[in-house]
Design a protein around this ligand. Structure first.
Ligand code: AMP
Ligand code: MG
Length: 307
């Protein structure tokens, strides 16, 4: 993370080149889209994605929207059915996000999907985001570029005021058009209303009930949690436990042997999946300090433990 003031560069070749260089080096960069300014990081790099959370100070992990250059790039990452292809052809590039099954082997960091087997994809229209996608050649995970609980930024100055020294570069291309986050669809269910109204869609959609509980496989779920019992703040493994370590507590594997919460966040969902698939019948996790992105790790672990 940057510790001096962020550079604010006006949109142009130099700004795009610098944004792409920082992104390929694993740094998040603020980039405008037609909805709001996004804090964009390489979606294939778990540590880069963890730095989004660190910069925003988000107290929990939500799956992030992945921005790609075009439908072909999207189809390399997710499986499209006929409905999804129709929507993509009609509304992309534009402020519509589709939640789709992640293609097996797609190089998206599990922190991006918060461990889910679905991925939220969007092809943005904005020239700055399109230019950064082209120059970096990476799919870009990008939530709004504001500190957690802040208002979504529609100008570079809003980003600077909210994230200040926590990021190194803001690409400034003036005010965004929509000023409203993208419409999100999962199949024919509306997960979030947005600039594309449901009346414009080719068929009726149902609204997602708030806090809907998952009752059957295949139903919508916003968060991955392991199926095995999970014990927190474990100092040592008990009988038939797979211990996920941190710092001095080594365990069967470690989220970060050097006790770095950003590294731990980057590997959290992969570690949970391995533990879930592994030979032990229960999972234990070493204590994680709640500083910085550690708060989001503990939020996720606490929810997974109390299911
Ligand atoms: P933001 O990045 O802050 O604009 O928020 C992204 C939104 O997309 C959140 O409401 C997420 O819950 C939702 N989202 C992203 N990926 C998925 C997914 N795989 N399944 C369901 N919802 C998703
Ligand atoms: Mg936001």
């Amino acid at each position: 993370m940057a510790d001096s003031k962020p550079r604010i560069l006006r949109y142009g070749m130099a700004a795009v080149a610098e944004a792409a260089a920082r992104i390929t080096a694993g740094e998040p960069v603020a980039v405008p889209t037609e909805t709001v300014y996004g804090l964009a990081a390489d979606a294939t790099n778990a540590q880069a994605v963890a730095r989004i959370y660190a910069a925003k100070g988000r107290p929990s992990f939500n799956p992030l929207i992945v921005h790609v250059a075009d439908l072909a790039a999207a189809e390399a990452l997710a499986v499209f059915d006929a409905d999804a292809r129709l929507l993509a052809e009609r509304f992309w590039p534009g402020p519509l996000t589709l939640v789709l099954p992640l293609r097996v082997g797609a190089p998206i960091a599990s922190l991006v999907t918060a461990g889910l087997t679905t991925v939220a994809l969007r092809v943005p229209r904005h020239r700055a985001m399109q230019a950064v996608l082209a120059a970096s050649g990476r799919p870009l995970a990008a939530p709004s570029a504001n500190a957690s609980n802040g208002i979504s930024p529609t100008r570079a100055e809003h980003v600077a005021a909210s994230l200040g020294t926590r990021i190194g570069l803001i690409l400034d291309d003036g005010a965004t058009d929509a000023g409203l986050e993208s419409t999100i669809l999962a199949g024919r269910t509306l997960l979030r209303p947005g600039p594309i109204g449901i009346g414009a869609l080719p068929w009726p959609v149902k609204r997602r009930e708030e806090h809907a509980t998952v009752t059957a496989p295949g139903q919508l779920t916003t968060h991955y949690a392991p199926t095995k019992p999970l014990r927190l703040n474990a100092l040592a493994a008990e009988d038939d436990e797979w211990l996920i370590g941190f710092g001095a507590i080594r365990g069967n594997e470690s989220l970060s042997t050097r006790g770095d919460v950003v590294e731990a966040a980057a590997g959290l969902f992969d570690a949970l999946h391995r533990a879930d698939a592994g030979p032990a019948s229960r999972i234990a996790v070493a204590p994680i300090p709640s500083d910085g992105v550690g708060e989001a790790i503990n939020d996720r672990l606490t929810r997974a433990a109390h299911r």
